[in-house]
Design a protein around this ligand. Structure first.
Ligand SMILES: NC(=O)c1ccc[n+]([C@@H]2O[C@H](COP(=O)([O-])OP(=O)(O)OC[C@H]3O[C@@H](n4cnc5c(N)ncnc54)[C@H](O)[C@@H]3O)[C@@H](O)[C@H]2O)c1
Ligand SMILES: O=P(O)(O)OC[C@@H](O)[C@@H](O)[C@H](O)[C@H](O)CO
Length: 492
């Protein structure tokens, strides 16, 4: 913990520059949004949009920050009267700091399950939003279905105090359906395809696991009163590092244990099918759209896929931050080829308008952001299908050979096959999978194992060669010749 300087709080806010204090919402602002998963991203992105929206159009849109697991963020926020700072760090090193007061309440869901359900059910709550990471949805990325054999989901459905995000959401919805019952909008803000529709399906499946007498009334109420909107979010917000906390103390003279740092760029496209009122997010840069899919394809297949590839190949090449990865000439050349020949064309085919590669490179290469490659490369089973496998499969279906995307996917497999001591800690949830993979002798067998977990690698009609075959070949090359030689050659 950073001890130099008093801790940020309502009382200590007088120490902040006047301009920062003026941007804070009024102290009496009431809660209108419950957010599950108030990690670094939510605090830098949706919370800032919401604070600015309340300044543009006053309203009770305070956020109740609900930590689905753990409670460190709740403890940090409560110790600061829920105030914290966001630093937008430009590529030239210039910082723009703001104080954020959009979070008005907090709940540690595991310790206070009743408070969470009550917050979702409260009449003043009109929106529940989520950023619980890909793994938080507990779904099978191949089918979009809730993992039926997941013991945590089964235990939540059997009636314990819920520990999964879907279980916590449904418990709150159930309480709302039995009390106030006013319409509610659920917004998923995680990097998943059709995240609103996906979550709607998971909620539906979860409800069907409840005792039979509870299912029908709840499903009927949800169908009539709850809207699930898909959203596409974009802003690079790395995990806060100790140096970031020190920098806040240096700049402001107050300690902030909930501080976050991100890039200046920020965008948010939200499917426009709310069940009730919403903050004036559109007056401060967010966009409401009938269909977010073109934006989603660009986000997942161009921006996220480039980040995932840079992360996996970067780690194999021995670098550790995104800026270092895209700063390497060989890797940058490879990424440019992948982007222009395979990723961007697949997004354009889906109606998207990808940014130019150089424009993206400026964002990813920001030398003042410590975006750790290990953070981006983790949870690959939940990320690669929509980022790299889907565009690769599309190319194969149309008779093209997505050589570069296959190498990108292979680099993730290679990383998991690298002995534990020699690779950064990745995928703690799937260490067992990584061990199984590492034990396999041949690239083909390894890819067969991945095929079982990521069915998109196999062609729908069973036709060969498919994406998996391309990945097996690229994996063999990586294992035999090493990442450096393969990347150099593939970049042309
Ligand atoms: N950080 C970014 O640059 C960024 C950008 C765009 C989108 N996102 C989306 O936001 C998500 C969160 O990013 P972050 O930077 O805030 O991460 P973070 O690690 O700071 O926060 C993640 C939050 O999700 C919760 N969580 C993690 N695993 C969970 C699980 N299995 N069940 C329930 N809750 C769980 C954590 O408790 C925490 O509150 C990403 O996974 C991504 O989908 C992040
Ligand atoms: O946040 P994740 O874990 O889904 O993926 C890591 C990055 O790819 C991601 O956080 C990006 O920084 C972000 O999606 C950019 O908007």
């Amino acid at each position: 913990m950073t001890t130099a300087g008093p801790r940020l709080s309502r009382a200590a806010r007088t120490l902040l520059p006047e301009k920062m204090v003026r941007e804070l919402p009024p102290q009496e602002t009431r809660t209108g949004i419950v957010h599950l998963g108030p990690g670094a991203f939510h605090r830098a992105h949706q919370a800032v949009y919401t604070q600015r929206a309340m300044a543009a159009e006053p309203g009770d849109w305070g956020i109740c920050a609900a930590a689905a697991r753990g409670r460190s963020v709740v403890d940090a926020l409560r110790a600061q009267d829920h105030l914290y700072t966001v630093t937008e760090r430009a590529a030239d090193g210039a910082d723009r700091m703001r104080a954020v007061g959009a979070i008005t309440d907090s709940v540690a869901a595991l310790d206070e399950p009743e408070r969470l359900a009550a917050a979702v059910a409260a009449p003043g709550t009109r929106i529940v939003s989520l950023t619980v990471t890909e793994g938080g949805y507990r779904h099978d990325p191949a089918t979009g279905r809730l993992l039926p054999e997941d013991p945590e989901i089964a235990a939540d459905a059997a009636g314990r105090a819920p520990r999964t995000a879907v279980g916590q959401l449904v418990r709150g919805l159930q309480q709302r359906s039995r009390t106030d019952g006013t319409p509610l909008t659920v917004l998923s803000c995680d990097n998943l395809p059709q995240n609103g529709r996906l979550l709607r399906g998971l909620v539906d499946s979860f409800c069907r696991m409840l005792p039979e007498s509870e299912q029908a009334p709840l499903l009927e109420w949800i169908g009539a009163r709850v809207a699930f909107c898909s959203t596409v979010v974009d802003q690079v917000v790395p995990a806060t590092a100790p140096a970031d906390l020190e920098r806040v103390v240096e700049a402001l003279g107050v300690a902030d244990e909930a501080a976050v740092v991100g890039e200046e760029y920020r965008s948010w496209v939200i499917e426009d099918r709310f069940a009730g009122p919403r903050p004036a997010w559109d007056r401060v840069g967010a966009r409401f759209a009938d269909d977010v899919r073109p934006h989603e394809t660009v986000k997942l297949r161009c921006i996220n896929a480039t980040q995932t590839t840079a992360a996996c190949l970067g780690l194999l090449l021995g670098v550790h931050t995104m800026a270092e990865a895209v700063g390497r000439l060989d890797l940058r050349r490879f990424l440019r080829a992948l982007y222009t020949q395979e990723l961007a064309p697949s997004a354009v085919a889906a109606g998207g308008e990808p940014p130019g590669f150089e424009e993206l490179l400026v964002r990813l290469g920001n030398p003042n952001l410590q975006h750790r490659l290990g953070q981006v490369a983790q949870q690959g089973l939940g990320k690669l299908p929509q980022r790299l496998v889907a565009p690769a499969a599309e190319h194969v279906r149309e008779g093209r050979e997505p050589r570069l995307a296959c190498l990108a996917i292979a680099s993730w497999v290679r990383l998991l096959r690298t002995p534990v001591g020699a690779r950064p800690r990745l995928d703690p949830a799937s260490e067992e999978f990584a061990r199984e993979l590492a034990a396999v002798r041949y690239a083909v067998e390894a890819v067969d194992l991945v095929r079982e977990r990521m069915p998109g690698l196999s062609g729908e009609s069973g036709a060969r060669p498919d994406v998996g075959d391309g990945v097996a070949e690229a994996l063999r090359a990586l294992e035999v010749r090493g990442a450096e030689a393969v990347v150099r050659e593939a970049a042309g």
